[in-house]
Design a protein around this ligand. Structure first.
Ligand code: NAP
Length: 362
């Protein structure tokens, strides 16, 4: 079968589109013909070895593995079941399925504590086991969920990572309420768009950011009530936000970029009792410049986020089937255009939405 693998870290030339052996199918495994997969920011960082450098090759979470090579990238995938192992009980040939970005190990301590997103002792597709950038994948059955009838492979795979994670941020970590002001930095990215859509469903007012004025109209169309251009001086942006919130400030600030000017804007506009959720830590190694006095002065809250639980992934598929969320696809490319696809995700200036791959067109 055709697939893309990397055997070393580096620039796009390490991406090897080639003919590889067909995946093995164990008795608990499901073999899926991949109909849609994607290139995500994670894939770029994995390819470049950025994650390995960030944590000296060790896993980012105790109990999880590091970053093995060779690797088949692609956290997101959806397709059709073509074969099942003889001890598989939940799937049959012909089922349309989503490959879970965050499978759970229900027996591990974190999952028992209700934190299935922090599951340990299991492998993650495109991270510690082969991902979806291939014509076929084989995984244990608890790595899949059935797609609702009216949900396309492409939209399911396009939203599989960002939407469940953003759902957890909005509904669980921040518990956003009707009328809250939510600041979403890097809002044209995969996470940003998903966050805007969930926050809209919650009845929040959304402030988005971009460094590129050409994206402002599109971000407003996608649901932002106000978009600020963070290339402007910090104080100008702060004034714009204060004007929008009538001096009341921002209830929840979700930070997807790691940019120090955006962190400064947040600390100057967060309201008393507000909450900051810093997410884009891997985009830069800057520490978030918050002082102990800020916690006292503002009774500030800060919350972390790592992935989604199964319930967030179920909520994603349900909302997709209802049509209340809609992953935005920028472009779909053949799997053999993997180098161009990585280039686009890494450096494309006008990209709003996901870059998808089709393993069956050439
Ligand atoms: N913790 C978790 O569970 C979790 C899960 C998924 C993703 N993440 C993280 O969330 C972050 C966002 O992911 P994503 O997929 O949405 O990223 P993305 O698609 O690369 O988008 C981020 C956006 O941020 C803006 N941006 C990028 N670099 C910037 C910089 N230096 N200064 C200011 N703005 C910048 C860009 O928008 P403009 O060009 O319009 O300014 C870009 O569209 C990443 O760090 C990712 O690793 C975390």
């Amino acid at each position: 079968m055709k697939a893309v693998r990397i055997f070393e870290h580096g620039d796009i030339d390490v991406l090897k589109y080639d003919e590889y052996e067909f995946p093995e199918i164990g008795e608990f495994d499901v073999l899926v013909k991949v109909k849609a997969t994607s290139v995500s920011g994670w894939d770029i960082k994995y390819r470049k070895g950025a994650w390995r450098k960030l944590n000296e090759g060790k896993a980012l979470l105790p109990g999880r593995k590091g970053f093995p090579l060779p690797q088949q990238l692609g956290r997101e995938s959806a397709g059709e079941v073509v074969q099942v192992g003889n001890r598989v009980s939940n799937f049959e040939v012909g089922d349309r399925v989503l490959g879970l970005v965050h499978p759970e190990n229900s027996l591990c301590e974190n999952a028992i504590r209700g934190l299935g997103n922090l599951s340990t002792e299991l492998d993650y597709p495109g991270h510690t086991m082969f991902g979806g950038n291939a014509q076929y994948i084989s995984r244990p059955e608890h790595y899949f969920m059935k797609l609702p009838e009216n949900v396309s492979f492409r939209s399911a795979a396009a939203g599989a990572w960002a939407y469940p994670t953003a759902h957890r941020i909005i509904t669980d970590r921040l518990n956003v309420q009707v009328g809250d002001v939510v600041f979403v930095s890097g809002s044209s990215g995969g996470m940003g768009i998903a966050t805007i859509q969930w926050a809209n469903l919650k009845g929040a007012l959304i402030i988005g950011t971009t460094r590129n004025s050409d994206k402002i109209h599109e971000l407003e169309r996608l649901g932002c009530d106000k978009v600020v251009n963070t290339s402007a001086p910090v104080n100008e942006v702060v004034n714009e936000i204060n004007e929008f919130t009538k001096g009341r400030g921002v209830d929840h600030a979700i930070e997807y970029t790691g940019a120090s000017n955006i962190q400064e804007i947040i600390l100057k506009t967060i309201r008393t009792g507000g909450t900051i959720c810093p997410v884009g830590g891997d985009m830069s190694s800057n520490p978030f410049p918050v002082r102990v006095i800020d916690f006292t002065r503002l009774e500030l809250n800060m919350v972390g986020i790592r992935g989604s639980r199964l319930k967030d992934q179920v909520a994603f598929l349900w909302a997709l089937s209802l049509g209340t969320i809609k992953p935005i696809i920028f472009k779909t490319m053949p799997l053999n255009a993997i180098k161009e696809a990585h280039e686009l995700v890494e450096n494309g200036k006008d990209v709003v939405g996901k870059v998808m791959l089709d393993p069956w067109v050439h």
